[in-house]
Design a protein around this ligand. Structure first.
Ligand SMILES: NC(=O)c1ccc[n+]([C@@H]2O[C@H](COP(=O)([O-])OP(=O)(O)OC[C@H]3O[C@@H](n4cnc5c(N)ncnc54)[C@H](O)[C@@H]3O)[C@@H](O)[C@H]2O)c1
Length: 336
């Protein structure tokens, strides 16, 4: 069997599920690692028993190995440069979120796929879990009626060691992409406009704005409110966010830790009687990164567009870009 040749670019903390999933596929071979930190690459090579060369230069690795796919697991600040170089060299790219920090670079990345005919899929692992699928199905089947509002609260502790502390808006530019993408996925609605107020609370240990609220108007009339405080002391939410979806027939909540639960008004009841429902799903895909990678490979091998293809993912990352535009202008702006 001819195997697809995969080149890892960046092999840090997040590479573990990428390595585990890739090694589980018989039709894929890991042909190399590009890493600026040789010790990190060597550690991964030994831990996973990989038989492949290590490079510190992407151009050289592309030339020598001619991979079919590169995994971009580097920092957000270099994703656009790496993705475009790999696409131009004739490779498909599966890469970590977020695409990049600016709209201009993201559009260049999308354009590069159109120009080269190659695929660029972005990791949105949070879609691949039962609570999210169950909430999506509850909405899709109309059990909540028309969706009026969707709220996601995220109140988490500090993480000053990561790239978050070098960002101007840590409440938006690293983790929010997960929540924004989930909101689109669950509601099936795309954002039209946003007003964002961001701030850095007194005594916050972050350099950039660690807190803020975004109000999005969505395409079928829902309002999505994202509320974030990073560096919260106590009563923290999950990093998944804590969710509430309110529709014309009922509401659902998911605390990001336990199973979601819904209350749906019993039709025709004169009094306000609610049935408690535990949203279920028949979806039985693999969990988080494994599920997203499986979907990316299925899509590539069957010639269809992946769920998290960059053309779709641009709609999620543009929620970040337009929120930043809103902060800078102090007004409600279009999401585009
Ligand atoms: N999907 C998720 O849940 C999730 C979780 C954590 C991180 N991430 C994302 O994964 C990416 C990497 O995060 P991480 O936590 O693994 O960071 P990390 O710092 O542990 O690893 C990044 C690695 O990339 C290497 N690198 C940087 N620039 C490079 C270049 N030009 N060429 C080759 N190697 C280069 C660094 O040496 C480092 O080892 C980020 O985009 C981050 O947002 C996603």
């Amino acid at each position: 069997m001819k195997k697809l040749k995969v080149l890892f670019v960046g092999c840090g903390a997040v590479s573990r599920p990428w390595l585990e999933y890739t090694l589980s596929r018989k039709d894929v071979a890991i042909v190399g690692i590009v890493e600026l930190n040789a010790a990190v690459a060597q550690a991964a090579k030994e831990k996973y028993n990989l038989d492949c060369p290590i490079f510190d230069d992407l151009e050289k690795a592309l030339e020598e190995l001619r991979p079919d796919i590169i995994y971009d697991l580097t920092y957000v600040t270099v994703h656009s440069q790496i993705v475009i170089e790999a696409l131009e060299a004739g490779c498909h790219v599966f890469g970590e979120k977020p695409m990049t920090l600016t709209r201009e670079e993201a559009l260049e990345m999308v354009k590069a796929t159109d120009r080269t005919g190659k695929v660029y899929n972005v990791m949105q692992n949070r879609r691949y879990q039962k609570p999210v699928r169950a909430l999506k199905e509850l909405v899709d089947f109309g059990l909540l009626g028309d969706i009026w509002t969707i709220n996601a609260d995220i109140f988490v502790g500090e993480d000053l060691a990561s790239i978050r502390n070098s960002l101007e808006f840590p409440m938006l530019q690293d983790n929010a992409i997960h929540t924004f993408d989930q909101a689109r996925f669950i509601t099936g609605q795309d954002p039209l406009s946003v007003y964002c107020h961001s701030y850095n609370p007194k005594d916050s240990k972050y350099k950039g704005d660690a807190a803020g609220t975004c109000i999005f108007e969505m395409s079928k009339g829902a309002v999505f409110v994202y509320n974030c405080v990073m560096g919260t002391e106590g009563c923290n939410t999950s990093w998944e966010s804590s969710w509430r979806i309110i529709g014309s027939k009922g509401s659902a909540i998911w605390d990001g830790f336990n199973d979601p639960v819904a209350e749906i008004r019993v039709p025709g009841s004169a009094k306000r009687i609610f049935e408690t429902v535990k949203p279920q799903t028949k979806w039985n895909g693999k969990y988080q990164h494994h599920g997203c990678l499986e979907e990316m490979f299925d899509a590539l091998l069957s010639g269809r567009m992946s769920e998290t293809d960059c053309h779709d993912n641009y709609k999620s990352i543009s929620m970040v870009f337009s929120s930043v535009d809103s902060i800078r202008s102090g007004s409600k702006v279009k999401v585009y």
